[in-house]
Design a protein around this ligand. Structure first.
Ligand code: BJW
Length: 234
């Protein structure tokens, strides 16, 4: 097994499981988002063209949940802040999550590869901005004034995830790749472990249940993120 030296570059990938104990649902577990709503109805560009009211309703509800004071970063988010602060080398945190719990915990410079719930983007002029309230088909774009084009700034199926060049460069250079709380079913994130292995990195999975590619990880730890991540970081 590869040995990690202080200062070696690290890439961390997080998924919905890291925010579960903060009170946010995962997607594919029992009771998860996609067990209640068909992703084809709310998380594709076609769905937005077909029924923007339905899509806005789905994301407005999730934006309100995220704004609930009961939803707070948990000890797993906090442990990653300590890792980023104390590790003497580069640490790139890549999250598939659209929540802002990593930032609220204190992480800086992370990549939201699937976008952010608290941002909106205008299809007419492309302008993106922070967004706290509801969106509707009548919401005018604050930048260009067009109506009907404001959409959640998230990455739907069939769309290109964000900052892929930066992520792939970090994966090619990393010596340690840690996957936390993701089922590994959604590409391209599901393939990051292959890219890390190609780079010769040590691969670690921290998850409640084994992800799709669990067998590829050199180290696998099972349990809730709030216990596993602080223990791994210390
Ligand atoms: C705990 C825990 C606790 C629970 N502690 N753990 C066929 C083959 C290959 C690819 C494709 C294909 N057909 C189509 C595709 C492409 C498609 C895709 O991957 N489809 C698959 C379903 C097959 N992908 C795309 O379209 C992507 N774009 C793309 O590929 O562009 C082309 C491209 C090619 C090459 C390079 C670059 C680009 C876009 C995907 C967009 C995904 N969007 C969503 C919605 C975002 C907005 C929103 O939130 O509404 O992103 S879908 C949803 O899934 C969300 C998540 O980020 C993503 C991943 O989910 P995650 O985080 O893994 O959650 P779960 O629920 O699946 O798992 C939770 C895990 O937590 C579990 O493992 C539990 O055990 C664990 N857990 N409690 C620790 N307490």
């Amino acid at each position: 097994m590869q040995r990690i030296q202080p200062g070696d570059p690290i890439v961390i990938l997080t998924g919905a499981g890291i925010s579960k104990e903060s009170g946010l649902d995962t997607f594919r577990d029992t009771g998860g988002v996609w067990t209640r709503v068909r992703l084809e109805d709310v998380a594709t560009p076609d769905a937005f063209d077909r029924d923007p009211d339905l899509v806005h309703g789905f994301y407005n509800a999730r934006r309100r949940t995220l704004a609930d004071p009961a939803i707070q970063p948990n000890p797993a988010h906090a442990a990653l802040v300590r890792l980023e602060r104390d590790w003497p080398g580069p640490v790139l945190l890549v999250t598939q999550n659209v929540d802002d719990l990593h930032e609220r915990a204190g992480s800086r410079g992370l990549i939201h590869m699937h976008g952010q719930l608290a941002r909106a983007r205008c299809l007419a002029c492309g302008a993106g901005r922070d967004w706290a309230g509801d969106l509707s088909v009548d919401t005018p774009c604050p930048a260009c004034g067009a109506t009907g084009g404001m959409r959640p700034d998230v990455v739907w199926f069939g769309e290109m995830p964000l900052a892929m060049a930066k992520i792939e460069a970090a994966l090619a250079a990393c010596r340690l790749f840690v996957s936390i709380g993701t089922s590994g079913t959604v590409y391209p994130a599901a393939a990051f472990v292959h890219q890390a292995l190609d780079a010769g990195a040590l691969t670690v999975e921290l998850n409640l249940e084994p992800g799709q590619a669990s067998g590829l990880f050199a180290i696998r730890r099972r349990g809730p993120a709030t216990q596993l991540v602080p223990k791994f970081v210390e």
